[in-house]
Ligand binder design. Structure first.
Ligand SMILES: Nc1ncnc2c1ncn2[C@@H]1O[C@H](COP(=O)(O)OP(=O)(O)OP(=O)(O)O)[C@@H](O)[C@H]1O
Length: 528
């Protein structure tokens, strides 16, 4: 009977079918722009999952394909008590299906029921959101779509961050430019189409979330979307008087218009409002150590007030121990397989993601502060783990780089780690300065001159691209010629990014980077 039921998936609309792989389809849990999410119950163990179903027809669209790919790629690598787990990816004729950890509700539904939360409950939720976001940033991923609907909760009040379809990889010194997310949550720098740091944008999102939890309203609300966006860019909002001074201070720091002045994640975690109640014990005991193959679980929270919303008593069955009593799902990815019942799974294809992923694991690399702003990039070709913190981007050209960091880059174009293609050598390094661009350029020119550089004629429009200022310098020695390009990108009134690139010349392509590194090293020693 089960075989027959599953076979029907191949010929009938999946909505009418009973099974996808080992999962019996249940009620609809939610619907987003991209996917319909249904409850899945394991035919044998009765374990519950959320089946996020995306139409294969939509996956034909390269942009959607990339969104799904990114989400899968990130979720399968991440292990954190406050980030949703992905167990399995299945493909049936009409749908690509992500079997995700099942959650009981989301923050949007909770606020719809009780309008706003008291500060202690809001803090418990907020702490977990911030730890999830911190973990993402430590792994060079920005979520970019923090919103109530993406904060899922279980009955024990464990928070899980979900929906990484708009998330993106970040590398120190590099900036994103794709405008994405939801208007009411959008940070000023995203609205203004500036280059932005994904971490700063997520912190703005955290600010909107905290404001929503404490007031039940968006901070930047107006009759039209353009007014909403304009208010956000100007930072025009008020905090109701019932919100405590300490919470108001934290909100104000997160909703600071100038990204470089916005509070950093480490500072949020130390803010008096944030630490007023106990922190989750996993954070205190094993901070940053979620990379082990076995997942760690947070201590359950039982805020009585919120448990009422679920219609359950705080001490009922919803504790972590019960949840993991059948570890087959909790701990088994990627070993967990659809073939629990060979008949059921016979017509389900498990996607060959290894072959088409952007290669390499998400490294546990040092944080921004560890690298003092030095540009770090990851290669799409690396196959070793841990990866080097400094490696080579597929391209260093800003517009192509922006595309690569945005949502239009075709991951499928990246070659597998075994590729033997000879790649042109390119290198890209970024430093940040808050001095005015002209002063930066003057200092650079003086230092370069002292190092024996000659300057090339000012670049044409073709090369100038998006930067405001550029210097092209040439270093000649008996053994080598090095061309360096310095471009200054303004990030607003307070910060400038200076990109340093090797600019090869067709007549003398760079095939040995060492002289270039040597010149840059001498230059940095002079200016820092
Ligand atoms: N693991 C889960 N457990 C329970 N419900 C879930 C789960 N994942 C998603 N949902 C529900 O389904 C809804 C849509 O899911 P999700 O946000 O992942 O879809 P999406 O199409 O990617 O959304 P978006 O419109 O933001 O792109 C969520 O708001 C939530 O209510």
């Amino acid at each position: 009977m089960q075989t027959a039921a599953f076979s029907s998936v191949e010929t009938r609309n999946v909505d009418e079918a009973q099974f996808i792989g080992p999962w019996k389809l249940g009620r609809t849990l939610g619907e987003g722009n991209l996917a319909k999410v249904k409850l899945g119950i394991h035919w044998e163990t009765e374990e519950r999952v959320a089946l996020k179903m995306i139409r294969n027809a939509e996956m034909e669209d390269e942009c959607i394909w990339n969104h799904v790919l990114r989400e899968v790629m990130i979720l399968r690598k991440f292990q954190h008590p406050n980030i949703l787990s992905l167990y399995q990816v299945l493909r049936v004729p009409k749908y690509t299906v992500l079997a995700l950890e099942y959650m009981d509700t989301d923050l949007h539904s909770i606020l719809a029921k009780c309008k706003r939360l008291n500060e202690s409950v809001a803090r418990r939720i907020f702490q977990q959101v911030v730890f999830a976001v911190e973990y993402c940033h430590q792994n060079n991923v920005s979520h970019r779509d923090l919103k109530l609907e993406n904060i899922l909760l279980s009955k024990d009040f464990t928070v899980k961050l979900s929906d990484f379809s708009l998330s993106n990889f970040m590398y120190d010194g590099t900036f994103l430019r794709t405008s994405c997310g939801t208007p009411h949550y959008a940070a000023p720098e995203v609205i203004q189409g500036r280059y932005y740091d994904g971490c700063d944008v997520d912190i703005w999102g955290c600010g909107i979330l905290l404001y929503l939890m404490l007031t039940g309203e968006f901070p930047f609300e107006d009759v039209t979307i353009s007014n909403v966006l304009s208010r956000a860019c100007k930072g025009i909002y008020t905090v109701p008087s019932h919100v405590s001074t300490s919470a108001t201070d934290l909100i104000r720091r997160m909703l600071t218009v100038i990204p470089t002045s916005r509070i950093k994640i480490g500072e949020i975690i130390q803010h008096p409002w944030f630490i007023a109640d106990r922190l989750p014990s996993y954070h205190l005991s094993s901070h940053n150590s979620f990379s082990s193959p076995e997942k760690q679980h947070p201590v359950s929270y039982y805020p009585a007030e919120l448990a009422k919303l679920f219609g359950s008593s705080p001490n009922s069955t919803f504790n972590v121990q019960n949840k993991v009593s059948n570890p087959s799902l909790e701990f088994s990815y990627p070993q967990f397989s659809a073939s629990t019942n060979s008949d059921l799974s016979s017509s389900v294809e498990t996607l060959p993601f290894q072959g088409i992923f952007y290669a390499g694991s998400i490294p546990n690399s040092p944080t921004k502060s560890d690298t003092k702003g030095a540009s770090t990039a990851a290669t799409g070709y690396s196959n070793s783990s841990p990866q080097s913190h400094v490696s080579i981007l597929p391209t260093s050209l800003p517009s192509e780089h922006a595309t690569y960091m945005g949502n239009t880059y075709n991951f499928r174009k990246l070659q597998s780690p075994t590729s033997t293609r000879i790649r042109t050598f390119r290198w890209h390094f970024g430093i940040q300065s808050n001095k005015p661009p002209r002063q930066i350029l003057l200092q650079f020119c003086q230092s370069l001159q002292q190092l024996g550089a000659s300057f090339l004629p000012y670049s044409t429009e073709e090369f100038l691209r998006e930067s405001k200022y550029r210097i092209d310098a040439k270093f000649n020695s008996d053994n080598f010629v090095v061309y360096l390009a310095f471009e200054v990108f303004s990030l607003g009134s307070l910060a400038n990014i200076i990109d340093i690139r090797f600019s090869s010349n067709k007549a003398s392509p760079i095939n040995n980077p060492m002289p270039c590194f040597e010149v840059v090293k001498r230059f940095l020693q002079k200016i820092i």
